[in-house]
Design a protein. Sequence first.
Length: 301
Amino acid sequence: MWNQMRELMIGACDLHIHAGPDVVPRQQDLLEVAEQASEAGMKALAIKDHNTVTADRVNLAKKFVSKDLMLLGGIVLNYAVGGFNVEAVDQALRLGAKIVWMPSMDSCLTIEKVHVSQATPWLLPFVKLRQPEKGLTVLDQWPSGENLKPEVRDILKLIAENDAILDTCHLSAHECKVLIDGAVDVGVKKIIVTHPNCSVNPMTIDEQKSLITKGDQIYLNYAFLPCMPLFDRQHPRIIAEMMNGVGFDRCMLFSDFGQMVNPPPVEGYQMFIASLLAMGVGEKEIQKMASKNPARLLGLE
Ligand SMILES: [Zn+2]
């Protein structure tokens, strides 16, 4: 299994990792993760910071990492950048941001899961707001509005004009549905639905399937983080069932690692592959999710 896993790392992409510098202490800095990723033969890494733009540090880091490794930065639309701040998105895209993440720690849903239903207690230190209605939603009304906020529409237009990737981040299944409809309407082509296997934004297999019907470049990106002991303690079998349910053509893998209590991101990704192999997911299917699908999304084919 070790050899199979090593082979599958060649060409793999992890489009969601956390690395220093960050206000949250991180396991490794960006250059350390990139070095390990290059050694493993990986093809792309995307660096996510809940509070600031990562496009600038990525531009600088590119000078120091192997040209064979693509580095992507972006912006997460939490309150630290003004929430749904059209100007912040515009400037981030000019700086080379490739991914625009919807809100994470400040999303209404995250506040609800952490402080109200307490389904995701491990995020408690990172979620300052306590009332879901004080948080950020893409909808005109939380939780079941049917329309997008005007500023969210403007952000979607910018994403479309720049052919960037829209990432749904910590939104609910209903928000994702309304958002993806609006995104496709204005010409957004590349969309990632983030960790539908996580307790902070869980989605049924039917919900997941319905979200990918609007375009052929919409992918469900499963995280390994929820499987870890201090997080959701999710059995990898549950992720394998989701993948089987939605079909491997629209699935991707990411570690979401970088936390001090977990192994480094590249090792997290290796653990994810090994766990899927152990769950009976085929090598061809894993290669599709780890390498082929992200390469298609990133135009690396
Ligand atoms: Zn993350």
